[in-house]
Design a protein around this ligand. Structure first.
Ligand SMILES: Cc1cc2nc3c(=O)[nH]c(=O)nc-3n(C[C@H](O)[C@H](O)[C@H](O)COP(=O)(O)O)c2cc1C
Length: 395
């Protein structure tokens, strides 16, 4: 028999891993899977904080029963209504029909939309408290991290923050669940990709949540995905703070769209010229090959972004257009931008990348470099100018 996985006090982890799913939200790749975390507080009064996605763990209810024994479940706290955390609610209600569901007014609107009018709802407001005996809970409304109804639950006794999607990560928990057990290097990339793909659009709301929690001592952070931070939550809090402020590393990502190789050659030329200026962090991606999830992640990581497109039916290349639309939608800020392209008659790539620049408001490092036909040493002069200007901005 394995020992229960204790976070602190009477709080236990009750999550499950999903290694089958290929795409999170049916769009974002999961090469390392994903974990769904929820937590059981086995106090004088008992409470389950969120559940997991339906069908991921066949033995979820048995695990709750194992921890509770023959005691009832008094409360089910819904911090976030999204279905990957409420997949087991119906089974919980079946097994514990007297459980009180805790949420806010916005939560209950969605609850009703999915499961009809339920009895035993306990509506809480920002700052409301609930004593379970040893653990004293407080509810903190953190709307739009990342749905309108999202809230966090703070346990003042052990200073544990149940944070919902905030401070989460992709990647399964392979035996090691807690930050003091894992090798974080394994998760860092997955965590940034989770942030940039899922939470990034609401970066300003993450900052608002930070402001709201200012001065609140936090010893453990319990998100609904990824490692559970019971020893050094500063690591995850620090990273989320940096990313949600859109702070980036002094490096550059070059993303190009090319059908016949001319635009690709320009990308390589620009990269080499930047390297000659002493910049070490340079990454090049072909927009047709690298998934948009990774491209967004790279743009969130680096301060310098260079986008290049061949002209395509008077537009930029469709996949690059999709990326730029997604970036506008996410509202990524404070990047240094270089633009280049290639064309055979009236252009279209560079022209539309310029429109993107105007709309997103990033700093253009130099005049766009646009190559007519095959790139030659003479035509490369404008690309070299762009490269040197970008390197300057990164120093
Ligand atoms: C389907 C298609 C559409 C194109 N549309 C345009 C266009 O609207 N304007 C233009 O100047 N060139 C257009 N071109 C020409 C390419 O943009 C040009 O050959 C460019 O140099 C190709 O770059 P690449 O070698 O990186 O693919 C088009 C080419 C193709 C195959």
């Amino acid at each position: 028999m394995l020992s229960p996985l204790k976070v602190a006090g009477k709080i236990y982890w009750l999550g499950a891993n999903d290694r089958k799913k290929h795409l999170f939200e049916n769009i974002w790749p999961l090469p390392n899977g994903v974990a769904y975390n929820c937590y059981l507080i086995n106090d004088e009064k008992t409470a389950l904080v969120d559940t997991i996605e339906s069908g991921v763990a066949g033995d979820f209810i048995e695990k709750v029963e194992q921890l509770l024994g023959d005691r009832p479940l008094d409360y089910l706290i819904i911090n976030h209504m999204e279905l990957d955390h409420t997949g087991e609610v119906k089974d919980i209600l079946k097994r514990y029909p007297n459980v009180q569901i805790i949420g806010n007014s916005k939560t209950f609107k969605v609850v009703e939309a999915y499961w009809g009018a339920l009895a035993n709802l306990k509506q809480v407001e920002d700052g409301d408290e609930l004593s379970l005996g040893y653990h004293k809970l407080k509810f903190v409304m953190t709307p739009w991290v990342h749905w309108p109804e999202t809230m966090m639950t703070y346990d003042a006794t052990e200073q544990v923050l149940f944070s919902g999607d905030a401070f989460g990560s992709f990647g399964t928990l392979d035996g090691n669940v807690f930050d003091d057990e894992i090798d974080f290097t394994y998760y860092e990339e997955d965590m940034r990709r989770y942030f940039s793909n899922i939470v990034g659009k609401y970066a300003n709301m993450v900052q608002k949540a930070f402001k709201k929690l200012e001065g609140v001592p936090v010893k453990s952070v319990c998100p609904v995905h990824g490692p559970v931070w019971r020893s050094n939550p500063e690591v995850v809090l620090g990273l989320y703070d940096k990313w949600s402020k859109m702070e980036a590393e002094d490096g550059v990502v070059i993303i190009y769209a090319s059908m016949y190789g001319n635009t690709e050659q320009v990308a390589d030329r620009i990269a080499r010229k930047i390297a000659e200026q002493g910049v070490k962090k340079i990454r090049i991606h072909d927009v047709s090959k690298t998934h948009i999830s990774t491209l967004i992640n790279e743009i969130w990581r680096y301060k310098g972004v260079i986008l290049g497109s061949c002209a395509y039916n008077s537009q930029m290349f469709p996949l690059l257009e999709q990326l730029t639309r997604e970036l506008e939608h996410m509202g990524v800020k404070d990047r240094e931008l270089g633009i280049f392209g290639s064309y055979s008659w009236n252009g279209g790539g560079v022209k539309n990348l310029q429109k993107f620049q105007e709309s997103i408001g990033w700093n253009l490092v130099s005049k766009p470099a646009e190559i007519y036909g095959i790139p030659t040493e003479e035509k490369y002069a404008q690309c070299d100018e762009l490269a040197v200007a970008m390197a300057e901005r990164l120093k």
